[in-house]
Design a protein. Structure first.
Length: 376
């Protein structure tokens, strides 16, 4: 593995709106590149400009903690820090990849987030996160922490082929148990499910069944993107070795969409499969309200609940007016409570959405949302 030390100009990445998957405004990449070398990783795609051979070369942002300290310090800041979980992980490099053993960037970043009493959501595929169990427990006691672990399946053989640098699914499941035993909310990101490889019903069922057994708080499901260029070329080479008969299916399913998305028909079929399975196990398919109630500003709370509602309805194959309204609300500068008489003037907000918004503003929750989260 080639490690290159680099100096970053900034660390915290602020989104344009609250992210309703992670309940966060801010994320960070402490490393560029990833020794986990998952064959499907979109960090390989040209658009992310990761230098060198992906999976072998990793850039380490050696000044990350120094920069993060300045970014978190409220002194001299014109705008207050947005409320929500700070996301550690995802993007173009796992925060708990091999280099972390030596550089401790994730640990030191967590120490800072703890100093500032910020809630943290960590997404990783690595069992190294257990090293920071005490610190994460402290953050959870003081504020709140969520540990999410991602899987493409819980099948050992498939994982060794498609995620060669990652601990086995069994070790990752044990890691979830480790944090659950410490009272920390854990999620399974069943993401990406690999088309024609880890997407058969029995494999998805097995993963969700294990998630239920170990007591995760939610399972978030997602398909795989395959962007034309480095990512697609690399992955299709792996598929050719795994089972050349699948190449044709891949060419049809990934027909060159700009974002690397599969065809709508594949997407709908695999989502239906997941829906039937998750119903059986009755697990939330988004971070549940009890994990973010009291953490967000009112506009963000309304945005997240409406986005979750949008997902829950489209998940059932129904149409939804809530996504558009959520986007409009996420861009507002004024608090919703100051515009209670004018809610219908917000783009995308009709009478039903207005009623839901008022209920959330008054009670911090919404009965319809709670019901849909339960009855998938
Ligand atoms: S762990 Fe995540 S960032 Fe690292 S290679 Fe795998 S998918 Fe990419």
């Amino acid at each position: 593995m080639g490690l290159k030390e680099i100096r970053a100009k900034s660390i915290l990445r602020k989104a344009k709106k609250i992210d309703s998957w992670f309940i966060s405004w801010y994320g960070m990449n402490l490393y560029r590149g990833c020794s986990h070398n998952c064959t499907y990783c979109d960090g390989r795609a040209e658009k992310y400009n990761v230098e060198g051979n992906f999976g072998e070369d990793v850039s380490v942002k050696v000044n990350a903690v120094e920069i993060l300290k300045k970014e978190l310090d409220p002194v001299g800041k014109r705008k207050p820090f947005k409320k929500g979980y700070v996301l550690l992980g995802g993007g173009v490099g796992d925060a708990y990849q091999t280099a972390e053993k030596e550089y401790l960037l994730a640990r030191n970043a967590l120490n800072l987030l703890n100093e500032y009493s910020l809630p943290v959501h960590i997404l990783t595929k690595s069992t190294l996160i257990r090293r920071d169990g005490d610190l994460i427990s402290e953050i959870n006691r003081k504020r709140k922490a969520i540990v999410s672990i991602s899987f493409s399946s819980v099948n050992k053989r498939l994982s060794s082929i498609f995620e060669p640098g990652v601990p086995s699914p069994e070790e990752r499941l044990d890691t979830i148990s480790f944090f659950r035993d410490r009272g920390i909310a854990c999620g399974m990101f069943l993401l990406p499910v690999i088309p024609f490889v880890s997407d058969p019903e029995e494999l998805i069922d097995e993963a969700v069944c294990r998630a239920k057994e170990i007591g995760v708080s939610f399972v978030i499901f997602g398909g795989m993107t395959l962007k034309t260029g480095r990512q697609k070329d690399y992955f299709l080479d792996v598929i050719e070795n795994y089972d050349p008969c699948l190449l044709n299916d891949y060419q049809k399913t990934y027909a060159g969409d700009k974002w690397g998305q599969p065809t709508g028909s594949y997407f709908r079929a695999v989502n239906r499969r997941f829906r039937d399975i998750i119903r059986k196990y009755a697990l939330p398919v988004r971070v549940p309200l009890e994990l973010f109630s009291g953490i967000l500003d009112e506009n963000d709370l309304v945005t997240v609940i409406l986005e979750h509602l949008d997902y829950l309805l489209t998940f059932r194959g129904w149409s939804s007016p809530y996504g558009y309204a959520a986007h409009s609300i996420s861009q507002l500068k004024e608090p919703l409570s100051s515009m209670r008489g004018d809610l219908l003037k917000i783009r995308g907000v009709g009478e039903t959405t207005k009623k839901i918004m008022l209920e959330i503003l008054d009670t911090g929750s919404c009965a319809y949302y709670r019901r849909l989260m339960k009855e998938l």
